[in-house]
Design a binder for this molecule. Structure first.
Ligand code: ARG
Ligand code: ZN
Length: 878
């Protein structure tokens, strides 16, 4: 905690470490009032950096009990304790350093380093948590072998885990016991992990491609015994997939997953010992929605894939974070696409990217996927690093093609195994394996901001030539102006009026050109002609979202309707529908309640509802109207209540006009038989729940009965929650309250379901007005110390209940400012993340914008602001 300005750290200041660690020997003595950590470091000067530098070790909130160099205790004058650093001015070229620290996991509310979560000890060391455990060169380019002994009371903590393989265990005096773990792979400290608790063990095995047998284990609290199966299955599928698609075999004899309730992020890829937020790993049919199952599958895969893209090859410094995160998100999205519907997965990824990452990239925290500076690295675990980073890897994949990309990834892993490297090393491996020049492409790593690609066209009837003119520009972002044009792969196709794809002939002689081309835009302006076209074609632009850019083209509603039903590219079909809906909603902004809603939109939706030929998973996606958050992102001076009203108007109009089709869709998609997690079954559930939601939005009595029945009799959480959500967002107040009470009563013992219960209310404009939010905060199940609870109430309110959050009196903003200030003292990481909805204040209409700014200033003026919140608030106000 500090009030003065935190330091900015620059990539350009990077220096190789002065000292290396070969071996770390740790012993943790865990007690009820704290923990004593004995560490012995075998260190030596780094031959690659000059000698004579003092030894500097990072430390944070540590109590130093003992320090010895080569067996000789160091007295007070022989070292300096500078608060966040321990400096020993004189050390030999090679030495052994012994450090003993006392820490208090029980009082660790930041959830960084070693802490306690519902009775168990666990760790989170990425990015800089290891320094909260002991003094250490806590940077990813210092890689060492770890041997870890854990000692604790045997009855309270029968399970003692760390990275690698267990090599020794036994009983100690006073009912205590110990286990020693050894990790043969050198690793940075951020991949260190320890768990101690009274945990249930689930076992399975996996036989690798070379025939090695791996022990798979999940450790959970006994009450979660029935919620492990799905994650274990997803793990085995991930292990197989990484062998088949990337040729990556698992390297230790044991792989462990632990679920903890209090966790700042989703999960963590610690070597051999992945630690998960309970909500990202535990699931059963009764308690988890389809979306939760899919998220679990993706996160289990993500953490597992890190074993190669992150652990075997790691980051040189934290500016390179996207090296492991962008690549690994790309890998997990490929995996999810292979496990389910690729088009639906693409739609989901792009929805997140365009709604939230584009907003980040246009806001005060915008940064390139390889940032040039930061104050607090935790603030840089962003959608830009993760999702845009994944899009950049996807573009490389598409530019090189499947085979050369695999050659490039093989080369990358082979060349850099056991090293800490940079994004540039990754790109170079791709270049070397493929022979392609990616020098201009590298700008994607250096320039922030979402490129705008503006397309115009003209058709010369006499010559049968259609010309596209494509201009790219990249908006200014903090600290970056006058950007250079980037290398943009731009996939397109052309359709004739019958809806057939046309050959893309680049000159008058070409006859049977391909039906799709990827244009490589490298200049500010690019123009291309297509020949042999007897009529003006309809262009299908940026197919499958081939680059993370905003496309501008003067589509007519006619063209969008046409693409919605004819584009062979599933993604673009969906996108055409979204663009049409956006256009219709935007045209109703500020219009009277009875203003006409575009009848062709209604007919398009009617057609979709009746279309049983089209992939039903795609239909379900196409029926979802663009979210309020996306509509805000698309506007200049957003007036949220007006956006909310216009969107409501369209939804209600559609629901009234399509009432019978919606009822029929509901009935047609009722499940017979057992609960399944296939794409088809998921699509059916999603269709019937969309129908229910729309019908209850207009307070349809028949739908009320259907919802009640579904709520009472559902055999799975998707349907039960779908019914609850529909009731909560309806005008049937009595039934809403009844259902909420019944739901809570049924699931009050299950924290993950209680989180759903909180967020259904907090994200609803009907059940989540500020006084109701205040009540939820008083609820006995709410807990300020648990990040999931904070996210499910405060996060859901500010991030998803836009109409209530942007209440014209500014009360939502003031509320958020208060909660940020309160949380900043206990958990700065979570506090800084909660600020995010306020950071975009410049985007809103003047009345809102001023009040958002005032709320930010209120946070800024709090005494003792953490570095995390300081950075976000000051950059937002700059
Ligand atoms: N490496 C983890 C993942 O993406 C994220 C951990 C970030 N933790 C943090 N406290 N910033 O899988
Ligand atoms: Zn990750």
């Amino acid at each position: 905690m500090r009030t003065n300005q935190p330091q900015t750290i620059y990539l350009s200041d990077y220096k190789a470490p002065a000292f290396l660690v070969d071996q770390v020997d740790l012993c943790f003595e865990l007690f009820e009032d704290g923990a004593r950590v004995h560490s012995t470091l075998s260190m030596r000067q780094n031959p690659e950096s000059g000698s004579g530098a003092p030894l500097e070790l990072h430390g944070d909130s540590l109590k130093l009990e003992f320090l010895a160099l080569n067996g000789t205790p160091l007295l007070a004058g022989a070292y300096q304790d500078e608060g966040d650093k321990l400096v020993i001015p004189e050390v030999p070229a090679e030495f052994e350093l012994a450090v003993v620290t006392w820490i208090e996991p029980q009082n660790n509310t930041r959830l960084e380093g070693l802490y306690k979560s519902s009775g168990m000890f666990c760790t989170q060391c990425e990015a800089e948590g290891f320094r909260c455990i002991t003094y250490y060169p806590d940077r990813p380019d210092v890689m060492a072998r770890f041997r870890t002994r854990v000692e604790a009371d045997k009855s309270a903590y029968p399970v003692l885990l760390s990275n690698g393989n267990p090599v020794e265990q036994g009983d100690l005096d006073n009912g205590r016991h110990f286990v020693t773990w050894e990790d043969p792979f050198p690793k940075p400290a951020y991949l260190f992990a320890l768990v101690a608790g009274d945990l249930l063990e689930k076992r399975d095995t996996f036989s690798t491609c070379s025939g090695r047998n791996i022990e798979l284990r999940m450790y959970v609290e006994p009450r979660n015994s029935e919620k492990c199966e799905y994650a274990m299955d997803a793990l085995k599928r991930s292990m197989r997939w990484d062998e088949e698609v990337y040729g990556r075999e698992y390297d230790l004899d044991i792989f462990m997953i632990v679920a903890v309730d209090d966790f700042n992020m989703g999960a963590m890829e610690n070597k051999g010992l992945n630690i998960f937020n309970s909500s990202c790993v535990l699931a059963s049919q009764d308690t988890a929605t389809d979306a939760a199952f899919q998220r679990i599958e993706a996160i289990v895969a993500h953490e597992y894939f890190h074993n190669w893209s992150g652990n075997r090859v790691t980051c040189r410094d934290w500016f390179q974070l996207s090296l492991k995160e962008g690549f690994t998100v790309f890998r997990d999205s490929q995996f999810s696409a292979d496990m389910g519907s690729p088009t639906v997965k693409r739609i989901e990824d792009v929805t997140l990217l365009r709604t939230a990452q584009f907003a980040e990239d246009a806001g005060p925290m915008a940064h390139p996927i390889r940032p040039a500076s930061y104050m607090e690295i935790t603030n840089f675990y962003t959608l830009t690093i993760y999702e845009k980073g994944a899009e950049v890897v996807r573009m490389i994949h598409n530019l090189l093609g499947e085979e050369l990309f695999r050659k490039g990834s093989d080369l990358y892993f082979e060349r850099h195994d056991g090293q800490a490297v940079t994004t540039d090393d990754f790109v170079r491996a791709m270049e070397d394996a493929s022979g392609r020049d990616l020098s201009q492409f590298r700008l994607w790593y250096e320039q922030a901001g979402t490129p705008v690609v503006a397309v115009t066209d003209d058709y010369d009837e006499s010559r049968g030539v259609y010309r596209l003119t494509i201009r790219q520009s990249i908006p200014n972002t903090p600290g970056q102006t006058d950007k250079k044009p980037q290398h943009i792969p731009f996939a397109i196709g052309l359709l004739n009026s019958a809806g057939d794809p046309l050959p893309l002939n680049l000159n008058a002689e070409e006859r049977n050109g391909p039906l799709e081309r990827v244009l490589e835009l490298t200049e500010t302006e690019h123009s291309v002609e297509f020949h042999g076209l007897p009529e003006r074609p309809v262009p299908s632009l940026l197919r499958d979202f081939s680059a993370p850019v905003r496309v501008q083209y003067p589509w007519t509603r006619e063209q969008l309707l046409f693409l919605m039903s004819h584009d062979p590219d599933g993604f673009n079909r969906w996108d055409a529908g979204q663009r049409l809906a956006v256009d219709v909603i935007q045209s109703l902004l500020g219009a009277p309640d009875d203003a006409a809603v575009e009848p062709r939109l209604v007919e398009a939706y009617r057609h979709l509802l009746n279309d049983i030929e089209l992939d039903q998973a795609l239909v379900a996606k196409m029926l979802l109207l663009p979210s309020e958050a996306y509509l805000v992102e698309l506007s200049d001076q957003a007036d949220v209540p007006a956006i909310h009203d216009a969107r409501e108007q369209v939804m209600k109009h559609l629901a009234h006009a399509l009432r019978d089709e919606l009822v029929a869709c509901y009935q047609r998609n009722l499940d017979q038989g057992d609960y399944q997690l296939s794409s088809e079954a998921i699509a059916r559930r999603s269709l019937r729940n969309i129908a229910l939601a729309w019908l209850l939005h207009i307070d349809d009595e028949q739908a009320l009965a259907l919802a009640g029945e579904q709520f009472d009799n559902a055999d799975n959480m998707t349907d039960r929650l779908g019914a609850l959500r529909a009731l909560v967002n309806s005008g049937f107040e009595h039934e809403r309250n009844q259902a909420l009470a019944a739901f809570y009563q049924r699931f009050s013992e299950d924290p993950q379901v209680v989180e759903l219960w909180f967020s259904v209310q907090a994200s609803s404009d009907r059940a989540g007005q500020l006084p109701q939010i205040q009540q939820l905060l008083q609820h006995p199940a709410f807990d300020w110390k648990n990040p999931n609870k904070v996210r499910s109430v405060v996060g859901a309110f500010a991030g998803q209940n836009l109409a209530a959050f942007h209440s014209p009196d500014g009360s939502g903003y003031q509320f958020l400012a208060e909660q940020v200030c309160r949380l900043d003292d206990s958990n700065p990481q979570i506090a800084a993340r909660l600020v995010s909805p306020l950071t975009r204040w410049k985007k809103f209409a003047p009345h809102y914008c001023e009040q958002m700014k005032a709320a930010l200033e209120r946070i800024r003026d709090k005494s003792e602001l953490s570095r995390d919140v300081y950075e976000v608030v000051h950059k937002s106000l700059a």
